[in-house]
Write a protein that binds this ligand. Structure first.
Ligand code: SAH
Ligand code: SF4
Length: 406
């Protein structure tokens, strides 16, 4: 996996994938966006409208059995049975929280599980989707990061989470209409590190013949892979969230190691440039509130300066403050509620739209950063984090002086 692919390479990956018929093997059709499915159907001698029908059966109706696809010719159904299948991952467990949040664990083989979380709210229902088994980025406050990286998910595994959740919920809630209105790539993994598989999955989320979600309601969250932010703007512009977590490079280097490769002076312009393609006129910065690490008044003011320095006004971004969800290995603590409020006030007094995220699904460990799953660390990221921990966090003079407990 490389961080530095050119846009041409990325763009080529995002284009239609190779569609082949492998003798004796069944192709999982959840792997294909509509364009690829059309190419697949053409290989079988079928016209595009057949691909549309098939696509709608799978994604709009949740049908995995070709025999049930009643308006497809019998001969085509027979043909499909010989070359294709529609399968999602096996559900290992399902936990329902008292607040309505549901967390599913899916088996992705090789001893790995990934997680998806359904979060119902009054005005929307969101599915939080994983894009990798584990994560190689090694952010210090993230339990997925501490678990290390195992592998990229396939397109079928990414879209399979929405496919399963949407159709499970329709049955469970006895509804015929769409249940999930928003999708956020904020589960396990760094979505832009899995660019080639992500883009077709995003296209399926947006496709009116599939889930028909609005671009504004599909969010990719990234720790800051800047070339891929640029590429996303061209290949499939959806809402963008960037995990900032620190107002300066010294602290961000420590919390989000990717910052050493792409520091703030590169990341911030990439965010501003994305606005030209974004479906909304702002991007969201996520900021995990860590007690005595990144939550001082001075750091809030530094953040305001950072935003002002890179944009003409402060309205080009919004801040989402996430109370840290602790896990023992992190050695970190959640900021006190009054500290979070004081921090938020400094941002909003400076004109920055700022929200504090409600934590959901606490009783079932479904909150941000707690999606750990069971991952085999193949990139030794856990060792790297352990080394970071022994160095400690030295950010700004204010943070350094309150660092003793870390
Ligand atoms: N890899 C992507 C998306 C997955 S993480 C990214 O980093 O953006 C989704 C969000 O949860 C990110 O903003 C991440 O920083 C945040 N997060 C991770 N661990 C957390 C924790 N323990 N408490 C609160 N937020 C956390
Ligand atoms: Fe990976 Fe995101 Fe966790 Fe960082 S915060 S380790 S990028 S999942």
């Amino acid at each position: 996996m490389t961080v530095d692919q050119s846009h041409d390479e990325l763009h080529a990956q995002a284009k239609r994938r190779e569609v082949t018929l492998v003798p004796g093997a069944l192709v999982n059709l959840l792997e294909y966006d509509l364009e690829s499915l059309t190419a697949f159907c053409q290989l079988l001698g079928e016209k595009r409208f057949r691909a549309v029908q098939l696509f709608r059966w799978m994604h709009q109706r949740g049908c995995a059995n070709f025999d049930d696809m009643s308006d497809l010719a019998k001969s085509l159904r027979q043909k499909l049975k010989g070359v294709a299948k529609v399968v999602s991952m096996e559900v290992v467990s399902q936990h329902m929280s008292s607040d309505g949040t549901i967390k599913w664990l899916f088996d992705v083989g090789g001893g790995n599980v990934i997680e998806s979380v359904f979060i119902p709210e009054d005005d929307r229902s969101t599915l939080c989707i994983s894009t990798q088994a584990g994560c190689a980025m090694g952010c210090r406050f993230c339990s997925t990061g501490h678990q290390g990286f195992s592998r990229n998910l396939t397109t079928a595994e990414i879209i399979g989470q929405l496919w399963f959740a949407e159709h499970f919920l329709r049955k469970h809630l006895q509804r015929d209409d769409r249940v999930i209105s928003n999708a956020v790539m904020m589960g396990m993994g760094e979505p832009l590190q899995n660019y080639a598989a992500l883009i077709p999955a995003l296209r399926m989320m947006l496709d009116d013949h599939a889930y028909g979600l609005s671009r504004r309601r599909v969010t990719v969250s990234t720790s800051g892979l800047i070339k891929k932010i640029d590429a996303l703007g061209l290949d499939c512009p959806v809402a963008l969230a960037v995990s900032l977590h620190a107002p300066n490079n010294a602290l961000r280097d420590n919390l989000v190691p990717l910052n050493m490769k792409h520091p703030l002076e590169e990341l911030m312009p990439a965010c501003v440039n994305y606005l030209a393609h974004a479906p909304r006129d702002f991007i969201t910065f996520e900021y995990c509130m860590l007690d005595a690490v990144n939550d001082s008044d001075e750091q809030a003011r530094e953040l305001v300066q950072l935003v002002k320095h890179h944009g003409h006004s402060v309205t080009w971004c919004k801040f989402n403050l996430i109370p840290f969800n602790p896990f023992p290995a992190s050695g970190l603590h959640r900021s006190k509620p009054e500290r979070i409020q004081a921090f938020a006030k400094i941002l909003s007094d400076a004109g920055l739209t700022t929200t504090v995220r409600k934590t959901r699904g606490d009783d079932i460990d479904a909150a941000c950063g707690q999606l750990a799953g069971d991952v085999v660390d193949r990139t030794r990221v856990a060792i790297r984090i352990a080394r970071q921990r022994s160095v400690g966090i030295h950010s700004s003079p204010t943070a350094a002086s309150t660092n003793a407990k870390i």
